[in-house]
Design a protein around this ligand. Structure first.
Ligand SMILES: Nc1ncnc2c1ncn2[C@@H]1O[C@H](COP(=O)(O)OP(=O)(O)OP(=O)(O)O)[C@@H](O)[C@H]1O
Ligand SMILES: [Mg+2]
Length: 328
């Protein structure tokens, strides 16, 4: 077992390129302007600048419950988690409008699916929510757990409990999965005032998490997403979610590129992470994901707006009739 424990110390020359940060796997690394400069990862020690990591905070139980319980509903009715009103956004570089008035309300415990044709703005919407610098918000509001999300920088959003799995997760050369997760997880514990886990404790913890997402322990010693197949990258995203937790997990096409068995595993993992206190916003093109992860609501996005909202029957209708059959 211990041979699997390769906590390495990346060499001083180990750098995460700016492009890594701009499209980092999930939201565990940042894409703030400061991180767009080359950043050195000197080691995974306490000296690691935890501000470089965006982590979810407020976990009620960091060790065993990856999901957070920041909003204590006290057993009462579910609380509002996210409220998006008339959100408009442009591409920062070209000022081209992409989001043209998105409205969406998510309560804790809900699963929302966003569907829509290619290029309708789904990924842009999710990237705007996590504060991706490619986009500028030009109007509207986003309130997350009672706070103005748009006022927060990306790491604050993540610390507030927002997680995003990108449509195309990229690799971080030179940084192993176990180092990455150890850094992120222990930085989060530190943030919560908890002692760091030692290597053995962390390995024990992460092994249990690996079982949830049915990933082989060999994954741990491989560099983050480096040489991973498309499906393996998707599973790796779920592993990060399982370890770091979230109040709202945005999963952008988590089903793409997964074989039938892997899709079922990933769906089971996501279902296993759902509690009455957290929520998922899934972007998908296919009904088959929704067969496994039952949505409370299905939204159709078209030209930068949500034009229709329904229950799971809307996705079934879409599957049968295509977008032609769905009138706003
Ligand atoms: N950074 C960017 N630079 C240039 N164009 C962009 C950028 N981001 C988004 N776009 C454009 O905005 C539109 C919406 O893109 P987005 O990725 O949000 O679509 P999507 O609904 O996620 O599509 P898909 O289903 O194919 O993933 C597209 O026309 C895309 O080319
Ligand atoms: Mg997309």
């Amino acid at each position: 077992m211990s041979s699997l424990l390769h906590f390495s110390t990346p060499s001083p020359s180990s750098r995460l390129s700016s492009s890594s940060f701009r499209n980092s796997p999930s939201n565990s690394l940042l894409f703030t302007k400061s991180t767009l400069r080359s950043i050195r990862l000197p080691s995974i020690s306490r000296r690691f600048n935890q501000n470089r990591l965006s982590l979810t905070a407020n976990a009620s139980s960091v060790v065993d419950s990856p999901t957070t319980s920041a909003v204590d509903s006290g057993g009462g009715s579910p609380k509002l988690l996210l409220e998006v009103k008339d959100l408009t956004a442009v591409i920062a570089e070209s000022q081209l409008p992409i989001l043209k008035g998105v409205n969406l309300v998510i309560y804790e415990g809900e699963v929302h699916a966003v569907m829509g044709k290619n290029g309708s703005g789904k990924s842009t919407f999710s990237k705007v929510l996590v504060g991706h610098p490619d986009y500028e918000v030009t109007g509207g509001s986003v309130v997350f757990k009672g706070e103005n999300l748009l006022d927060m920088d990306p790491e604050e959003r993540s610390l507030a409990g927002l997680f995003m799995s990108f449509q195309s997760p990229i690799a971080i050369p030179g940084v192993s999965n176990i180092d990455f997760l150890n850094m992120a997880y222990n930085a989060r514990r530190k943030k919560l005032g908890l002692p760091e886990l030692g290597p053995l404790e962390f390995y024990d913890f992460i092994s249990r998490r690996l079982k949830i997402v049915k990933m082989d322990t060999n994954f741990l010693n491989r560099n983050v997403n480096e040489g991973f197949s498309g499906g393996e990258r998707k599973r790796n995203e779920i592993l990060q979610l399982a370890v770091l937790g979230a109040d709202l997990a945005i999963l952008d096409e988590i089903d793409s590129g997964l074989d039938v068995d892997a899709l079922q595993d990933v769906a089971e993992a996501v279902n296993g992470l759902l509690t009455p206190k957290n929520s998922v916003l899934m972007i998908t093109h296919y009904q088959r994901l929704l067969d496994y992860i039952k949505p409370s609501y299905v939204h159709i996005m078209e030209d930068g707006k949500i034009v229709k909202t329904g229950d799971s029957s809307l996705a079934q209708q879409l599957e049968k009739e295509g977008y032609k059959g769905i009138s706003a």
